[in-house]
Write a protein that binds this ligand. Structure first.
Ligand code: FAD
Length: 392
């Protein structure tokens, strides 16, 4: 299967990929376009997650590429970024499912778990046999989770007792395990726990009425005297610094997803404006519509250059928190402009699911806010460049 560079990859950033990586991306793109594109609008409207796509997604390798234990071939962070882009280009909810299962849940165990925990859990998560979620945000602690977590962990012999609440936790209505971040009552440090969702005292309820990423099942979680053995505490998570190490990689991936979402909207608008005739010619032939399309392409091209570079830094072990934060803040802001211009170019049809652009327009809002809002990521970069923390 041959890999066709996207026309929206205007400066051919995909040139850096290896043949093996291109082949995997070509296979993924074909699968997404044949199996996901035709059905996803209906799932979006019904606010239902396409559970039947999880096994084939795992077979595509998207849950395996990042981990030594499971990767089918050596691959780069740039390649994995293009995977996130291809997923979001077709559907940001499917991309978010993968981001949670792979980047956040498996990533927590990969970054902060012991060798034994890695060996036990990563293969099961990569095959989709075990579904995971990542519980950091709380009803009263979102942006300030580095210092404001209220969920507590108390050591009791060989067990830990967790109490508190979590909000917005993706995949958590159906996950088998949820990584719960909680403050140790003894030393006040944030620690991570692999919590099987069947544990007594764990309850998850779906958040209804979302206008963005409707298929993603976000949950409110209540933890009442949830007991987990010491063996399920992430052995290398000793403070929020370790949680931040997980987010460093996933934030860059959200930036890639933002580029994919922007490309999806741009491509939908380009196709629509070439077909729609007004004043006797396709609206794509009107100067002001071309202006919208070119502004979209400019945003996509600038953001793509940025995310490729951030992933190259990751591949060389040089990626810092502020690198990911700038890419996330910048790419999501450009995405938000892009989907709005794309939707505008489609007129009234820009707000109905049938013409696709509406879904990207709505989904952009969640990507803009999750994994650190633009303001929080701006403050992370601001601290790095000035030496002054301006969070409070
Ligand atoms: P708040 O923290 O209440 O912020 C509200 C506004 O105030 C924002 O604009 C923010 O930038 C601004 N603000 C706050 N503090 C400051 C400040 N010091 N200076 C300037 N402005 C400030 N979390 C998880 O743990 N796991 C998940 O799987 C997960 N999935 C999510 C999926 C979706 C669809 C959404 C919407 C959220 C998800 N989240 C998840 C939570 C997400 O990370 C938070 O929503 C996000 O961090 C913002 O927190 P908040 O919503 O509580 O907003």
């Amino acid at each position: 299967m041959s890999f066709e560079p996207l026309a929206a990859d205007f400066y051919s950033y995909a040139d850096v990929l290896t043949d093996r990586e291109r082949e995997a991306l070509a296979r993924l793109r074909t699968w997404l376009e044949t199996e996901v594109t035709p059905v996803i609008g209906g799932y979006w409207e019904r606010a239902e997650f396409p559970m039947r796509l999880i096994a084939p997604l795992a077979e595509q390798g998207v849950l395996s590429y990042a981990w030594e234990e499971t990767r089918p071939f050596e691959n780069s962070a740039v390649f994995r970024g293009f995977v996130a882009l291809e997923l979001a280009r077709v559907d940001a909810s499917v991309g978010t499912f993968v981001g949670v299962q792979n980047g956040l849940a498996t990533g927590s165990i990969a970054v902060a778990g012991s060798d034994e925990q890695r060996a036990e859990w990563i293969p099961k998560l990569a095959s989709g046999e075990v579904l995971g979620a990542f519980g950091l945000t709380e009803p009263d602690s979102g942006s300030d989770s580095a210092r404001g977590l209220r969920t507590t962990a108390r050591r009791d012999g060989d067990e830990w007792v967790l109490n508190g609440a979590k909000r917005w936790i993706g995949n958590a209505t159906f996950s088998d395990i949820t990584i719960i971040w909680a403050k140790d009552e003894a030393d006040g440090q944030v620690k991570g726990f692999i919590v099987p969702t069947s544990t007594p005292g764990y309850a998850a309820t779906k958040i209804e009425g979302k206008i963005s990423l409707r298929p993603v099942q976000n949950a409110d979680i209540v933890l009442t005297d949830v007991r987990v053995p010491e063996g399920l505490r992430l052995q290398r998570a000793n403070s929020f610094r370790d949680t931040a190490a997980v987010l460093r990689a996933t934030r860059a991936e959200v930036a890639w997803s933002a580029v994919g979402t922007a490309i999806g909207a741009y491509e939908a608008a380009l196709a629509y404006t070439k077909a729609r005739v007004q004043f006797g010619k396709p609206i794509a032939a009107h100067q002001l519509i071309q202006d919208h399309l070119v502004k979209c392409l400019g945003n996509i091209t600038a953001s793509l250059g940025m995310v490729v570079r951030v992933s190259e830094l990751q591949d060389r072990g040089l990626q810092r928190d502020e690198h990911s934060a700038l890419a996330k803040a910048y790419a999501t802001a450009r995405m938000r402009e892009t989907v709005a211009w794309a939707r505008e170019a489609c007129g009234g049809n820009g707000i109905v699911l049938e013409h696709r652009v509406a879904r990207y327009f709505a989904d952009a809002e969640a990507l803009y806010s999750y994994e650190g809002t633009r303001e929080m990521n701006t403050l992370i970069v601001g601290r790095a460049i000035t030496g002054e923390a301006a969070f409070v």
